[in-house]
Design a protein around this ligand. Structure first.
Ligand SMILES: CC(=O)SCCNC(=O)CCNC(=O)[C@H](O)C(C)(C)COP(=O)(O)OP(=O)(O)OC[C@H]1O[C@@H](n2cnc3c(N)ncnc32)[C@H](O)[C@@H]1OP(=O)(O)O
Ligand SMILES: O=CC(=O)O
Ligand SMILES: [Mg+2]
Length: 535
């Protein structure tokens, strides 16, 4: 514990190994400065989120484009900052957690960009959070080579991907760092430590401090990030406008404020990304109790070609290109497999997804695994030709209305017993992995992470609330869902064996999918209860 600049800073997590190199007095002072300046606004914005969700749930104030920001949307004259070095060509971006091996593998994957993830793909244990910072610190300084016990050597190659770090969202706190007794915003911890230690080093290497901003719900949250950037740049004496941020449009409310979000961040904005999984989660969460018209079918049937998802992604491309910003596609959940048949299907599914995105005007897209870099690159190479992007493709043909974005019924499809069971099974397996420190996992040949697990538990809640009929006409009741839960739990337990956290996973699932109310996030409560001693 230390008193500096009149703040009391406590680190309650163990400062083990080389953690002290990250948790330096100067870095903690920097976090304290950020927290002291922005904690109040963050709290207000989180309160505003809660109020907005209540309004949406009650149908009191429907969603639409904001009348008060019409001038920003209609003004054709403003653009975002020029593209920064290392971000001109984003045709393939690999995402993944920041453990040491994956850091090296991602940088060497052949992708142009690596999204170094403290969010959906990371279980925010204290170890993962600070170890991830250390790995990035070492990677940026090309000081990360290591050899495994089995003798496999990991070393960064000649053309590493550009690093874009994704801090945790505004809803999360880091309970192991406290300032004046209160836990610090997890966004500010992840952003602040990365920026403080690496910004100058990155600039010296000809790139810069770049970020992905997750789960924003509106343009005022983008304004908060912009103000964080301005203060951070000032504190380190780095020119205003050095930072670049790509914002994930992954909440239904943000889809109505794409122009406004780019406008708030225009000095720092690099682009928008279509974060499909959290987007689906957000739709379900906000409209879960709105009746049959808002009930989505089995998760596997909510594809990117259903009309309301297509409307969202096309609007994103149009908005970005009008403002000179990159439009980046999202994550197909299919991952390579050792089974040749499963693998061939996965590659073809990913190819189809990337072909749609490239054809619609996206400048690049995400892959979850190094084995998917070639297919994504091949598809975008084919469409981009000799160009690094397709910002010139303005998509003036796209006209998306509020009704288009909210036409959830256009998904069609059905809810099946297999779909309910799959959601329960995946949620249990994923939460078990998350509690054991793994934030992204291969489950039944798909990539699962925090966003997809949120969909799984929210769908079950929505189907119970709406008494949704399964294929044989049986309505899904809580009792039936509990029966499925018990049966799936037994099957998963037999599969996972000793040392699992399935009892805790069951409790988390019961609270977040089977309760009277639908909690906003499964991760917030689970983090407070299971991932920290500092309750
Ligand atoms: C909704 C969203 O936000 S999407 C973005 C967030 N989600 C993600 O980023 C998921 C990223 N992907 C992953 O975490 C992993 O690919 C998983 C968990 C899905 C599968 O991982 P594994 O089961 O380890 O895959 P697999 O065994 O095929 O890995 C083969 C090699 O590729 C490496 N690898 C796999 N995925 C990645 C990745 N995303 N980044 C870097 N390296 C990777 C593995 O470390 C392994 O390396 P090794 O040969 O040196 O041991
Ligand atoms: O972060 C990406 C998403 O799909 O969610
Ligand atoms: Mg997400």
């Amino acid at each position: 514990m230390a008193d500096r600049l009149n703040y009391r800073i406590e680190v309650t997590g163990p400062v083990e190994g080389r953690f002290a190199e990250i948790l330096t007095p100067a870095a903690l002072d920097f976090l304290a400065k950020l927290d002291n300046t922005f904690a109040g606004r963050r709290r207000e914005l989180l309160d505003a989120r809660r109020r907005r969700r209540e309004e949406l749930q009650s149908g009191e104030k429907p969603l639409g484009f904001l009348p008060e920001t019409r001038a920003i949307r209609e003004d054709e004259s403003w653009h975002v900052a020029p593209t920064a070095p290392g971000l001109e060509d984003r045709r393939v971006e690999i995402t993944g957690p920041t453990d040491r091996k994956m850091t090296v593998n991602a940088l060497n994957s052949g992708a142009k960009v690596w999204l170094a993830d403290f969010e959906d793909a990371t279980s925010p244990t204290w170890h993962n959070v600070i170890d991830g910072q250390l790995n990035l610190y070492d990677a940026i300084r090309r000081n990360i080579d290591f050899t495994t016990e089995a003798g496999k050597r990991y070393t960064i190659g000649d053309e590493p991907a550009t690093i874009v770090a994704r801090p945790r969202g505004w809803h999360l706190v880091e309970k192991h760092i406290r300032i004046d007794g209160r836990p610090v915003s997890a966004s500010l911890v992840d952003f602040g430590l990365y920026f403080f230690h690496n910004a100058r080093q990155l600039l010296a290497r000809g790139v810069g401090p770049y970020f992905y901003l997750p789960k924003l719900e509106n343009h005022l949250e983008a304004r908060l990030w912009n103000d964080v950037f301005l203060l951070a740049q000032r504190e380190l004496g780095i020119p205003r406008g050095t930072i670049r941020a790509t914002v994930l449009i992954e909440t239904i409310t943000a889809a109505f404020e794409m122009d406004e979000i780019l406008y708030e961040l225009r000095e720092h904005a690099a682009g928008l990304n279509a974060g499909r999984w959290d987007y689906i989660f957000s739709l379900i969460k906000n409209f879960a109790a709105h009746g049959a018209d808002y009930v989505l079918p089995d998760r596997a049937q909510v594809t990117m070609t259903v009309p309301f998802m297509r409307a969202y992604t096309e609007l994103l491309v149009r908005t970005c290109h009008k403002r000179g910003a990159h439009a980046i596609g999202g994550m197909a959940a299919f991952i390579p497999s050792r089974d040749p048949e499963v693998n061939a299907t996965a590659i073809e599914k990913v190819r189809a997804d990337k072909e749609r995105e490239a054809g619609d005007g996206f400048d690049g897209s995400w892959v979850a695994h190094p084995g998917l870099v070639p297919v994504c690159r091949e598809v975008f190479d084919g469409v981009l030709g000799g160009w690094p992007h397709q910002l010139g493709k303005l998509r003036e043909d796209v006209h998306v209305t509020a009704e288009d974005l909210l036409d959830v019924a256009s998904a069609g499809g059905e809810v099946t017993e297999a779909g309910v069971r799959a959601n329960i099974n995946v949620a249990l397996r994923y939460v078990d992995a998350w509690l054991r420190g793994t934030g992204a996992a291969a489950i039944h040949n798909l990539m699962e992470d925090a966003a997809t697990a949120e969909i799984a538990r929210c769908q079950v809640w929505q189907w119970i609330r709406n008494g949704t009929k399964l294929e044989d006409g049986t309505a899904l009741t809580r009792e039936l869902a509990v029966q499925f839960l018990d049966e799936e739990l037994a099957a998963v337990r037999a599969d996972l064996g000793e040392g699992n956290r399935l009892d805790d996973a069951r409790e988390i699932f019961t609270e977040t999918a089977l309760g009277e109310k639908l909690p906003s996030f499964l991760t917030t409560g689970a983090y407070a209860r299971y991932l920290t001693d500092a309750r």
